[in-house]
Design a protein around this ligand. Structure first.
Ligand code: C2E
Ligand code: MG
Ligand code: MG
Length: 710
């Protein structure tokens, strides 16, 4: 009897069809010719087909069969037994699964051959995987089918890696029934119940058991991915992400779902968000968060007329603590202040640190004058409390600027600016005090800021000038020296008095620049004057801070080529009142060089005799207010007389300032006052006008001194 084995390689769905076709064909093929035709057709199939007779001997095999078993193909012979080729192949190591357990493997394989109808997989020495299926025909012959499933096995392995062994809990859900089709180990661990129980439940039940809340977060990215957040009883947050709908191998519509624990990630995100909006030192809201809350209040006010106010707080003398006790003491102080403020301000208000020593309170609630004043007072009192820091008792005050929500509260920016303007006014009013913003303040500040900007510009572009006013010998009227007086012609406002702009330059830290300019210009100019004429220069107390004043003067003298004896420095009592040892030392050093030091405006300050003794003063200038009053007030005469006597007895020259009238000149001459200055002799003039003055008095220019010698 002829037996034909058809081994067909095909896709899983095609297999039954193929068998039927093969069997039908066999039934109908009677002749050898037709058989041949059939064999040729079988060779075209991609699946391996083998036909064995009832004794298990090869009858026929197609080309694909021989290809699949290329290592063993030399053993295929019509009439040879498959069992024998298996044994030989096994001994040669063609079947890696058999290595080390040859007999057992062989027995299993034979058992399958004798009990056909079941599929099994077989690995070949080159790593390929073959699906084997054998079936018995009614006449006891065997049809074997071999399919190369290497590619499928590879995909299976990656699926295992991606799904089964994935550390992220995942499951596959049947879209229709909402039942679980597959659950990975991580998901079993995560939910904590066995696979069997899982397969019994619907998804909704699992979700219900897992989460105590849903934080509402639901993201969707087209139809591809959607996610929702579950909050578990222990507070952990699970991000449940559903990936695109898939169709499983058996045609079911399914969803792949991953449950990721995002608790830690959320926590660190929250930490970062907190850090971005809070001050690292005090943990108070920072400027950013304060601005956000202020924005919200501005909106709230526009909609519901909910009143609020901003209190900007600036610590007085914080810099001194920082500079003298160090930064860590400064930090400690800021922490203490922050605690005090939090204690003082309650309710829905925000206490923030805007930076440096600047704090702010956003106070929400009724803002009648009484409560605003009460809170401002409480804030000042809270800060102005002695604190012990690094073993020192420290006391700082607070200046407070307040802006209240009113009809015109257009934006948080304007609001903060208004509070800032009020703060500026509070500071100007003498610290540890508060001011509420008023529109008039805005105008005043604006013009002050403009003034400062213009002055800065004038200093930088050297748009200042120096004029000179003679100080004359009263007996002869001959100029003994020239006082240098700085001048600023503002492009719009014209001449501005130094009485107005010198204090601003001092406040802005520009005074050293101004002073240096005047000193250098005056020394240069004076070097051109007759040798008998000195130059007097006004010195601001701030010029002596920093220890560089001595060098500045010496450099100005030497680069102008001016003898130190021809320079007088005019200082005021205020300079001496806070004078450090260093200031006294540099003044003394300049005196030792030959530079003169005059006490300006004498009589207006403390007029302390001890200053005159303690400091190296060479000249006293009686303030012009006394001279102006000489004609009208007898006590002015007494004061002037006393000062002249005092100076003379201390061996100092005495200069009377502001002489405008001949009567006053006569009085001063009578009192033996040696020198004088005033409009009666000359107003301050530009250096180009000095020539005429020198000529009028018959004194020669320095450059012409050789004429004198001849
Ligand atoms: P000061 O040092 O007492 O200068 C004398 C001031 O009195 C000058 O005013 C001068 O013009 C004015 N004066 C002089 N004689 C008379 C008079 O007969 N009648 C009246 N009514 N006034 C007279 P000026 O130039 O406006 O300077 C004012 C103040 O500005 C100066 O007072 C001085 O304290 C300060 N100053 C001027 N230039 C400088 C400077 O370069 N540096 C510093 N630090 N201060 C300066
Ligand atoms: Mg002066
Ligand atoms: Mg003066």
């Amino acid at each position: 009897m002829t037996q034909i084995v058809i081994q067909a390689r095909s896709s899983a769905q095609d297999e039954p069809k193929l068998y039927n076709t093969a069997l039908e064909t066999l039934t109908h093929v009677a002749s050898r010719e037709k058989n041949k035709l059939l064999c040729a057709a079988m060779d075209e199939l991609p699946e391996g087909i083998v036909l064995l007779d009832s004794e298990g001997r090869y009858v026929h095999w197609n080309k694909s069969y021989a290809d699949i078993y290329k290592a063993t193909a030399d053993l295929f012979k019509v009439g040879a037994r498959l069992a024998d080729t298996l044994r030989i192949g096994m001994q040669r190591g063609d079947y890696p699964e058999a290595v080390g357990r040859e007999e057992e493997w062989y027995a299993e394989r034979m058992h399958r051959l004798q009990n056909p109808g079941q599929r099994h997989e077989q690995q070949l020495a080159d790593g390929r995987w073959i699906l084997i299926e054998e079936r018995q025909t009614p006449d006891n012959s065997t049809i074997g089918l071999r399919v190369d499933i290497t590619e499928m096995k590879r995909r299976e392995a990656s699926f295992r890696l991606l799904f089964e062994e994935n550390p992220i809990p995942m499951y596959v859900l049947d879209l229709e029934s909402s039942r679980f089709l597959a659950i990975n180990d991580a998901a079993l661990d995560h939910y904590g119940f066995p696979l069997a129980r899982f397969l019994d439940m619907r998804r909704a039940q699992v979700v219900c058991m897992e989460c105590v809340g849903n934080d509402g977060a639901m993201g969707a990215n087209g139809a591809q991915v959607s996610s929702e957040r579950h909050v578990r009883a222990d507070g952990s947050v699970i991000d449940v992400t559903t990936f695109s709908r898939q169709t499983t191998y058996d045609g079911k519509r399914a969803l792949l779902v991953a449950a990721i624990d995002v608790t830690e990630r959320n926590r660190s995100e929250a930490r970062i968000a907190h850090m971005a909006r809070h001050d690292a030192l005090t943990d108070l809201p920072n400027r950013m968060l304060f601005k956000e809350r202020l924005d919200a209040e501005v909106m709230n006010f526009a909609r519901h007329k909910q009143p609020f106010a901003v209190f900007l707080i600036d610590l007085d003398h914080f810099k001194t603590v920082n500079d003298t006790l160090g930064h860590s003491a400064g930090d400690k102080l800021l922490e203490e202040v922050s605690a005090q403020l939090l204690e003082t301000v309650s309710g829905p208000s925000t206490v923030a640190r805007l930076g440096g020593d600047e704090f702010a309170v956003l106070h929400v609630g009724p803002q009648d004058d009484e409560s605003v004043i009460a809170l401002a007072g409480a804030i000042i009192a809270a800060v102005d409390r002695p604190l012990t820091i690094a073993g020192h008792v420290v006391r700082v005050g607070a200046s407070v600027g307040i802006a209240q929500a009113g009809r015109d509260t257009p934006s948080a920016e304007v609001f903060l600016r208004n509070a800032d303007i009020a703060l500026y006014q509070a500071k100007a009013a003498g610290r540890s005090t508060y001011r509420c913003f008023e529109p008039a303040m805005d105008e005043a500040l604006r013009s002050k800021l403009e003034f400062e900007r213009d002055l800065h510009e004038a200093v930088v572009t050297r748009a200042l000038a120096v004029h000179y006013q003679p100080i004359v010998e009263l007996s002869s009227g001959i100029p003994k020296s020239m006082e240098a007086l700085v001048r600023w012609t503002h492009p719009l406002r014209g001449e501005i008095s130094p009485v107005e702009f010198i204090p601003v330059a001092e406040e802005m830290g520009l005074i050293k620049e101004v002073g240096k300019f005047v000193l250098e210009t005056a020394c240069r100019d004076a070097a051109e004057w007759p040798l008998s004429v000195n130059v007097a220069i006004n010195v601001s107390p701030l010029q002596l801070v920093g220890g560089d004043f001595y060098d500045l003067v010496v450099n100005a003298l030497s680069s102008a080529g001016l003898a130190p004896e021809r320079l007088d420095l005019e200082i005021t009592e205020s300079l001496l009142m806070d004078a450090s040892d260093e200031t006294v030392r540099s003044l003394q050093a300049l005196r030792d060089l030959g530079v003169g030091v005059s006490m300006d405006d004498f009589g207006t300050g403390y007029s302390s005799l001890s200053y005159l003794r303690k400091f190296p003063i060479s000249k006293i200038k009686i303030d012009r207010s006394f001279i102006g009053d000489l004609g009208s007030k007898p006590e002015a005469q007494a004061i002037v007389r006393a000062i002249v006597m005092l100076g003379t007895s201390l061996g100092m020259d005495v200069v009377a300032e502001g002489i405008e009238h001949l009567d006053d000149l006569a009085f001063l001459r009578g009192e033996k006052c040696t020198e004088g200055q005033g409009f009666l002799f000359s107003r301050p003039v530009p250096s180009s006008d000095l020539q005429k003055i020198f000529e009028r008095h018959g004194i020669l220019q320095a450059g012409c001194s050789h004429v004198l010698r001849e």
